[in-house]
Design a binder for this molecule. Structure first.
Ligand code: IMP
Length: 203
């Protein structure tokens, strides 16, 4: 198979989530890629009808590549909680409601954990998943998956990051993703793991 490269490419970041766009921009920064957001090109977001992170990431990257004629990068990600059978998972954004209220989404997770008596760390295992999908206008697609494992704390701690970061304590660390400065999160996060695979394959 022909090896594709993103070097010196203009890339559309197929997301309308400001937290994700910022993190993807920070990850791409050192590689000299010119990144523009799907929103700034007036591209709408497709419905996430897939049943896997891979399928949803690919729906988004393909729609943006088709709509813009540029190479497009999408992320589909979420928090999977063991005691909740993997929820909120693919529905992580939806749990925050239409106003994207993540204090509410985190309380919702905590209430469900409490209802199960999940008070000790071993019963509060969770992982974040990120699938980065790169789609070219000619229809070629490559996907990269990253995961990071940890436990959920309550109450939430810290105001860095976004989404469920303040309640996620990665294994081997004493600070939640909400307390870590962005560089520390980028060294270990699910998105960073996926991104390293992408860089190995496409730069
Ligand atoms: P989607 O990929 O746009 O469907 O939404 C993913 C959702 O998962 C985000 O809105 C966040 O709620 C959550 N999520 C994904 N990555 C992170 C992260 O790095 N920190 C905290 N929450 C995240």
């Amino acid at each position: 198979m022909e090896r594709r490269s993103l070097r010196n490419q203009k890339l559309v970041v197929a997301s309308h989530n400001p937290g994700k766009i910022r993190e993807i921009g920070e990850l791409l920064g050192p590689y000299g890629v010119e990144a523009v957001s799907a929103g700034s090109l007036g591209l709408s977001e497709p419905e996430e009808t897939g049943t896997t992170f891979e399928a949803n990431a690919q729906l988004k990257s393909e729609a943006s590549a088709r709509g813009s004629g540029l190479v497009a990068l999408a992320d589909d990600s979420g928090l999977c909680v063991d005691a909740l059978n993997g929820d909120p998972g693919l529905h992580s954004a939806r749990w925050a409601g239409p106003s994207r209220d993540f204090a509410l989404a985190m309380r919702n997770v905590e209430e469900k954990l409490q209802a199960q008596g999940a008070t000790s760390p071993s019963l509060r295992r969770a992982h974040f998943v990120s699938v980065l999908s790169v789609a070219w206008p000619d229809g070629h697609v490559e996907n990269f998956r990253g995961e990071v494992y940890g436990t959920l704390v309550w109450p939430p701690r810290g105001s860095y990051g976004f989404g469920y970061d303040p309640m996620f304590l990665p294994d081997g660390h004493e600070q939640t993703f909400g307390e870590m400065d962005p560089d520390a999160k980028h060294a270990i996060s699910h998105r960073a793991v996926a991104f390293r695979k992408l860089v190995d394959a496409l730069f």
